[in-house]
Design a protein around this ligand. Structure first.
Ligand SMILES: *Cc1c(COP(=O)(O)O)cnc(C)c1O
Length: 367
């Protein structure tokens, strides 16, 4: 569905009448955690087939009133994005490749039969919310303001067809460093019974439904002392796809780096894409190809694979220590964070926090 009738982006601001006091805010920013505290404002806009996207506004953060028959509650027609605003040393606030999030939200919308949001609207919504809640962008360390754009079927009806009323919103949550005590490798559980996404399914779309399908295996991972789940392809149960919410990289003993090629059931991470470039900049050969679960298991055992890491916006780059399954485990290297992993991580984080040059023009200043 193309946004034929959507007007040029223009928003209004309805400031919070009673925002949190500076001291309340500072108390939250001192220990923000992840995804538990939200800023004073949120962004909202609505779509209908007749008027396209309209009514862009920054309003006080608060509950949405939802009719019990709202379509998303029944058929999960919902998509989302995740990106961060970074505070630089001079007090300016920046985004990392937000156009990529705008483009991915459009692709996800297409797959979920939701209306595409014009990039101008997406970028405007982010800019306006971050500007309104600029005081909520944490400073120092690897802290950030996590931004969560999302879109859902808000028509009140129980029929199975694409919704004719759609809501788009952005909320913002101050986030502390993902690894406050230093970067530590995580253990990953190999799901043998469950798949995340099948060929022809919604694996390449960033939709809540994919996450719903991953929660039972995720619980299994936790029960087995692991932080996250690794999913294999749904058909052969042989090819490594990704974690529940992060893409995977394998460092080879010859210094080359391999990541599973995009097959339509893997989410195209913006961090994944950026690392393809950053690793090349650091002098590594980077290969996108299929990686079998046997290669992961045997390669870590015989030393062909020296490091494994996962990547995504929230945790940036996370070293993977052990891969565990029912009856065994395979540990990459010595089980500690590897050098290539940490070099890639530093290169990316330094760029995002304005401590390194931006040779690819990826950073966008908001305020
Ligand atoms: C969001 C997401 C990622 C990571 O994407 P980034 O753009 O790097 O944050 C990876 N896998 C899944 C399933 C995701 O939803």
């Amino acid at each position: 569905m193309t946004p034929m009738t959507t007007p040029p982006y223009e928003s209004r601001r309805d400031p919070h009448p009673a925002p949190r006091t500076p001291s309340e805010r500072e108390a939250i920013l001192a220990e923000p955690g992840f995804g538990v505290h939200f800023t004073d404002h949120m962004f909202l806009a609505e779509w209908t087939p007749d008027s396209g996207w309209r009514d862009a506004r920054v309003v006080p953060y608060g509950p949405l009133s939802i009719d019990p028959a709202t379509a998303v509650l029944h058929y999960a027609q919902e998509i989302f994005e995740g990106l961060k605003a970074y505070s630089h040393a001079d007090g300016s606030v920046w985004l990392f490749r937000p156009e990529e999030n705008a483009a991915r939200l459009r692709r996800s919308a297409h797959r979920l039969a939701l209306p595409e949001l014009p990039d101008e609207w997406f970028l405007g919504s982010i800019r306006d919310l971050v500007t309104a809640d600029r005081a909520w962008v944490p400073h120092g360390g690897e802290t950030s303001l996590y931004l969560r754009p999302f879109m859902f079927a808000s028509e009140v009806f129980l029929g199975v067809r694409p919704s004719k009323h759609v809501t788009y919103s952005v909320i913002a949550s101050p986030a502390g460093a993902y690894f406050p005590g230093g970067v530590r490798p995580v253990s990953i559980w190999l799901s043998s019974d469950y798949s995340r996404a099948a060929s022809g399914g919604t694996g390449a779309a960033k939709c809540g439904g994919n996450y719903a399908a991953s929660l039972l295996p995720q619980q299994e991972a936790i029960d087995n002392g692991c932080a996250q789940v690794a999913f294999l392809d749904a058909e052969k149960h042989r090819w490594v796809e990704e974690l529940g919410g992060m893409n995977l990289y394998f460092v080879q003993s010859d210094g080359s780096i391999v990541t599973p090629e995009l097959t339509g059931s893997i989410l195209e991470g913006i961090t994944r894409d950026s690392i393809l470039q950053i690793a090349r900049d650091l002098g590594h050969e980077v290969v996108e190809r299929r990686v079998s679960i046997d290669e992961w298991r045997d390669g870590t055992a015989d030393g062909t694979i020296t490091e494994v890491f996962a990547c995504g916006t929230a945790a940036v780059v996370t070293p993977v220590g052990a891969l565990k399954w029912d009856g065994g485990q395979a540990v990459a290297g010595d089980g500690e964070a590897g050098k290539v992993t940490m070099d890639v991580r530093s290169a990316l984080v330094d760029l995002q926090y304005g401590r390194a040059d931006d040779p690819h023009g990826w950073m966008r200043q908001v305020v």
